[in-house]
Design a protein around this ligand. Sequence first.
Ligand SMILES: Cc1ncc(COP(=O)(O)O)c(C=O)c1O
Length: 436
Amino acid sequence: MAVDKLVEEYKRTHPKSGELHERAVKVFAADGTTHRVRIRSPYGPYITHAKGSKKWDVDGNEYIDYVMGHGSLILGHSHPVIVKAVQEQMAKGVHYGDNHELEVEWAELIQSVMPSAERVEFFACGQEANLIAIRLARIFSGRRKILRFVLNYHGWADELVLEPSTPGIVADEVKWIPYDLDRVEEELATGEYAILMTEGGGARMSGQIPLDFDFVRALPVLAHKYGTVWLLDEVVTGFRDTPGGFQSLVGVKPDLTSLGKCVAGGLGAGVLVGRADIMEVLSPKTPKNRQVIRTGTWNANPLTCAAGVAALKLYQDGEPQRKASELAAYLREKGNQVFKEKGIGGWLYGRSITHVYLGPFDFKPDETMPPTKDVDKIMRLETKVRLSHHLIQRGVSTMSARMFILSCVHTIEDIDQTIKALGDSLDAMIAEGTIS
Ligand SMILES: Cc1ncc(COP(=O)(O)O)c(C=O)c1O
């Protein structure tokens, strides 16, 4: 059977990864993996090293990488400037347990590109920034409830997960609603909401379900009308398409913005930035009954700060973002030709994170599609997972073929090779009957 052929071929070319997978399933409960997206059938490759746009596995297979550190590596793998900064800092100490200049410099650099960042707070990861945002908003507004959009992801903590039906969560104060301004107003008008959370770019990784810019512009207006704090989650979009993030593309000034991924040049960090009057509750001068106590072992550790400072300096002139965007546009143009030539209902859309639509068109595709109401079609995963298996066997690594995450160090040759792999994968899928 064709399906087995692909799996058999994969096993033949990935024997050492297979051995590691056998060891891994005895330690990691999630089919031997450490993250949901790394679960693959029969198993994913085990990577030994990465450089620029490429990574290599234990069996010597080479991949053009479009996972790019889950979107944190717009500068590519092991950018020499980041490597130097981290190596130098490593020798000077990774954790002083005290204040240091790099944290100030990193915060100032963030402020220099993001005008909404009146104050800056560092954390260990993006979801921590979102969690503290909820607490700050609750104190600021004197309310408890959280308003969110369906299929927006803000982390794995109870209030931040993708779906209300997630087993094990307690999220009684959270309401998930569709992208509908009337619904937003109806909920906000109850006067019960502390915070309105919105994923930058749209639901999932910078807009798998793209957001209409006018819709985004209406959100702070409505939030302020009803006394709710508006948070824009730019963990993915921060520094990605412009130095100033999705907010500068749209022309909005959120009350609070969460950042992560690219902010630390590939090291782990989260940042919350925003209005000084909301962040004021972190001050020890605030009365105890309104004061938020600020802790966290890894906040602004010097190693991460060194990488963050080096990265921000590279982001400032917008050159990495411009290159990544140009390369992504080339990928979309060529990829969409392939879908058309093969008569497949497929479309690539987005920005430097380019999303994949697979399914029948009952709308006219363009650069900003699909229409946000077509959530189910966009999210349809089965065919994409199959495509991702074909792509990985042809040296192209993606997150379940849901998207291609570009960096500024991908090359035209990488993309031409990717387009060839896409065409060959689609041919193979047509032949085996998994796409039509
Ligand atoms: C939009 C968004 N917000 C928050 C997070 C959580 O960030 P972290 O994994 O750094 O906690 C993610 C992670 O993918 C994300 O995509």
